[in-house]
Design a protein around this ligand. Structure first.
Ligand code: PLP
Length: 386
């Protein structure tokens, strides 16, 4: 038998190879059985598992202090895996208005399948006890939320979910594991759009769900059944992105804190929502449940109307006008015109987003570069230019 070309004398490559194989040779019936019984992490077919994907799953599980992690094709695939794995007709789901817009679309599918859904506002999270029922199976939340960076007390939600044995699911995309570990605060599962800060370079789409081994097995069943396993090239890029994850987050959240402090004193900016500012309505909760700072995300209102926000964004020279978040580049957008297009028009403004609200994802650029750009764009709008 010829030696393995990757490890001719037992050495291994520094980087996990991109394994593009769809299928794998069974070395024996005993190994086949061990793989199919889940006793060993072996490989048979890409839809089941892949070594490049498995490697990145272990890395994300470690970041979230989870027993295991399932990685899939996008953040929305991750949310959907969770819903499809645990909800059945007759179950009740509580979900916050302040979650990523596409969850609304998924909620329409869930309702068609017989799931009863209650939407509540993050600002009314402490009244969640009024909405739970014996058939409440799941509470799904984001904190900080997208786009308004509202903060929900995860421990408080756990205390309400506990007596009725409802699951608590936290989308941790905005906070990232650098700033918050929801499993340690009482969540059953933590969800990520790994497209964002985990990947970090605007060059891959992926989702992740981390939790116990038992949950992993159940989510794996769904992912294998519906075929949302990530491709190995994206898994490789995600793994590469994760090597600088902490460095990027440290720089991004330090920049964000300073940008928030700068914007706070600008007359054209109002309702600045950044959890690292004492003026944030849930600053104390954020301080308690977040660590190493408060993430790179913020939202604020520009001027009086949509046109003011558009003029401000148009005047920016280095901050990119684009959706998505958590990448090395600073990105800005008007959620009403972009990420919230998934919602019917009347729902887009019901929980605090306005037509002049902008969402900012601060990147790793030198702070002075971002600050100079904001200052000149603000000067343009106050002069009526832009
Ligand atoms: N969750 C949050 C908080 C998001 O911001 C997004 C996308 O912006 C998603 C989930 C969905 O992620 P993806 O675009 O990777 O499907």
């Amino acid at each position: 038998m010829r030696s393995d070309p990757l490890t001719p004398y037992g050495n291994r490559p520094m980087v996990t190879p991109i394994v593009n194989a769809v299928n794998y040779e069974y070395l024996s019936f005993d190994i086949l059985r061990q793989i199919t019984d889940g006793e060993i992490d072996g490989y048979t077919y890409h839809r089941d598992d892949n070594p490049t994907v498995r490697n990145v799953e272990h890395r994300i599980a470690a970041l979230e202090n989870a027993e295991d992690c399932i990685v899939c094709t996008s953040g929305m695939a991750a949310c959907t895996l969770v819903f499809f794995s645990y909800l059945s007709a007759g179950d009740h789901l509580i979900i916050f208005h302040d979650t990523y817009g596409a969850n609304y679309k998924v909620s329409l599918i869930l309702e068609r399948m017989g799931v009863d859904i209650t939407w509540i506002d993050a600002e009314e999270a402490d009244q969640i006890g009024e909405h739970v029922r014996p058939e409440t199976k799941m509470i799904f939340l984001e904190t900080p939320s997208n786009p308004l960076c509202k903060i929900i007390d995860i421990k408080m939600i756990r205390s309400v979910a506990e007596p009725i044995e409802a699951m608590v699911i936290v989308d941790n995309t905005f906070a990232t594991p650098y700033h918050q570990n929801p499993l340690e605060l009482g969540a059953d599962l933590v969800v990520h759009s790994a497209t964002k800060a985990l990947g970090g370079h605007n060059d891959l789409m992926a989702g992740a769900v981390a939790g116990s081994k038992e949950h992993y097995n159940r989510l794996w069943f769904t992912r294998q059944a519906i075929g949302t396993t990530l491709d190995s090239y994206s898994a490789f890029l995600l793994d590469r992105g994760l090597k600088t994850f902490e460095l990027r987050m440290e720089t991004m959240s330090r920049n964000a804190q300073q940008i928030a402090e700068l914007l706070q004193s600008q007359p054209a900016i109002s309702r600045l929502m950044y959890p690292g500012l004492e003026t944030h309505p849930s600053y104390k909760t954020a301080t308690r449940q977040m660590k190493n700072g408060f993430s790179n995300m913020m939202a604020f209102d520009v001027g009086e109307c949509e046109e003011d926000a558009k003029r401000f964004i148009t005047a920016l020279k280095t901050v990119w006008h684009a959706v998505s978040l958590g990448s090395t580049e600073s990105l800005i957008c008007i959620p009403y015109l972009t990420t919230m297009l998934y919602l019917p028009p009347e729902r887009r403004t019901t929980f605090g987003v306005q037509t002049n609200t902008v969402r900012l994802s601060v990147g790793i650029e030198p702070f002075d570069q971002i600050a100079t750009d904001f200052k000149q764009a603000l000067a343009c709008i106050s002069k009526g230019e832009g």
